[in-house]
Design a protein around this ligand. Structure first.
Ligand code: NAD
Length: 353
C-alpha cells in the first residue's frame, strides 16, 4: 500500500436495495423540500411519470426531454420549467445523461438533488459535470454539482438491455482501474476499486446469461456505486482522456467507447506500473490486467473495435493528436506515436500489445 496519501471523500447519502425507490417521498422531505421536478429521457418518460404519480403533491412536474451530452439549450429550457413549476428540489431518474442534466441545473440554481440511478455509469456520486455548448464539451467541478442523495434500486435496472448492461459495466470498471494507478490514489479508493471490479466481474456474465435475475443486477449496481465513487474521489488518466476525445470530437458512443478502449489503455499503462494492476490480473487469473480485460470483454460479446463503432481509419491521426494534446497525468508518459499505435490496435480490435 501507499504510506503517504490524502483522502477526501464526497459526502452523499446512499440508499441501496430492492424496493428502495419507494422511499423517494421520505427522502424529498428529508432534504427539507416539498416539490420535486423529476427528470428523465423521452425513453424513460413513462417510468418517471409513474414515479411522479406515487409522489402526489411532492411532485411539481416531469421534464422528460433529456438528451445526450448535456447541451446548454436543454439545461436552459429545464431551468425555466423548474422555476415555473415552483419546484424546490430535483429528482434525476436514469443514467449519466439525465443525471448530467440534474447536475447542470443544480450548478446554476443550487437545487438539492436526488438521483435514482438506472445504469452503471457512476455520475451520481461525482462532483463533475460535463456539458456541451456550441458543440464543445467542457467539464466543471463544484460542491453544488454532487447529488445529495442517491437511490440504487436494482429492481429498476432489470430492463437495462444486456448489451447496454455490459458496456455500462465496463465503463464502471474503467473508473476503478484508473483509480488504482491515479496520481492521488488512496487506500480507501483502491479498496473500493477492487471490490467494484470484483462485483462487476461476477455480475456481468450472469446478467448476460439471465438479464432478469435479481442477484447479479444487485451486484452490478453495487459495483457501479463503488466504481463511480472512485471516479469522484481521484483523478482519471490516459484512458478517460482518450474516451473523452473520441466521444467529444468524433461523436462515438460513451459506454461502448470505454468498453473498446479499456484493454488497450490498461495494457499501455501497465508496462509502467505492473505492481499497481497486479491485483486486477490476479482477480481474473490472467498474466496481465490488459489481457484479462480483453478476454473478459470478448467473452461477454462486448464491442471490440473502434471500427465497429463507426470511427474511420482516416480519423486515427487526428484522434492521436487530440488525445496527446494537454494530456491528463498518466503513470506512463503519453507519447504521440505510441498512442497512434494503440489507437490502430483498438480500431481493428486486435489483442492489446
Ligand atoms: P445514458 O444516460 O445516455 O442512457 C442511455 C439510454 O439508456 C437512455 O435512452 C436512457 O433513457 C436509457 N436507460 C437508462 N437506464 C435504463 C434502464 N434501466 N433500462 C432501459 N433503458 C435505460 O447513458 P449512460 O452511459 O448512463 O451515461 C452516459 C453519459 O453520462 C455521458 O454523457 C457521460 O459523459 C456521462 N457521465 C458523466 C459522469 C460524471 O461523473 N460527470 C460519469 C459517467 C458518465
Amino acid at each position: 500500500m501507499d504510506h503517504s496519501f490524502i483522502y477526501t471523500g464526497n459526502p452523499a447519502r446512499i440508499l441501496f436495495g430492492s424496493g428502495k425507490a419507494a422511499q423517494l417521498g421520505e427522502e424529498i422531505r428529508r432534504l427539507g423540500a416539498s416539490r420535486a421536478l423529476l427528470l428523465s429521457t423521452p425513453f424513460q418518460k413513462t417510468d418517471v411519470e409513474a414515479i411522479a404519480g406515487t409522489l402526489g403533491d411532492l411532485a411539481a412536474g416531469v421534464f422528460a426531454e433529456t438528451t445526450m451530452h448535456t447541451p446548454v439549450e436543454v439545461t436552459e429550457k429545464a431551468l425555466s420549467v423548474y422555476a415555473a413549476s415552483g419546484a424546490d428540489c430535483l429528482v434525476a431518474f436514469g443514467g449519466g445523461s439525465t443525471i448530467g442534466l440534474g447536475k447542470a441545473l443544480a450548478y446554476r440554481n443550487d437545487a438539492p438533488q436526488i438521483v435514482i440511478a438506472t445504469t452503471y455509469a457512476g455520475s451520481e456520486v461525482t462532483p463533475i459535470l460535463g456539458q456541451t455548448e456550441r458543440g464543445v464539451k467542457t467539464t466543471v467541478r463544484g460542491p453544488s454539482i454532487l447529488p445529495e442523495t442517491v437511490i440504487y434500486d436494482p429492481d429498476l435496472t432489470h430492463g437495462l438491455p444486456v448489451a447496454m448492461s455490459i458496456t455500462s459495466g465496463l465503463n464502471a470498471i474503467a473508473h476503478a482501474v484508473e483509480g488504482l494507478y491515479a496520481q492521488d490514489r488512496n487506500p480507501i479508493a483502491s479498496m473500493m476499486a477492487l471490490e467494484g471490479i470484483h462485483a462487476l466481474k461476477l455480475a456481468l456474465p450472469a446478467i448476460a446469461g439471465n438479464p432478469g435475475d435479481a442477484a447479479p443486477r444487485s451486484n452490478a449496481l453495487y459495483g457501479s456505486w463503488l466504481c463511480g465513487t472512485v471516479l469522484g474521489m481521484v483523478g482519471m488518466a490516459l484512458h478517460h482522456k482518450i474516451c473523452h476525445t473520441l466521444g467529444g470530437s468524433f461523436d462515438l458512443p460513451h459506454a461502448e467507447t470505454h468498453a473498446v478502449m479499456l484493454p488497450h489503455t490498461v495494457a499501455y499503462t501497465e508496462k509502467a506500473v505492473p505492481d499497481l494492476l497486479a491485483s486486477v490480473a490476479r482477480l481474473f487469473g490472467a498474466p496481465t490486467a490488459g489481457e484479462a480485460l480483453y478476454d473478459f470483454s470478448a467473452a461477454l460479446g462486448a464491442p471490440m473495435s473502434l471500427k465497429a463503432l463507426g470511427l474511420s481509419l482516416d480519423d486515427l491521426d487526428r484522434a492521436a493528436e487530440l488525445a496527446t494534446t494537454n494530456p491528463y497525468w498518466n503513470p506512463r508518459p503519453v507519447e504521440r506515436q505510441a498512442i497512434r499505435d494503440l489507437l490502430q490496435r483498438a480500431w481493428s480490435g486486435s489483442r492489446p500489445d
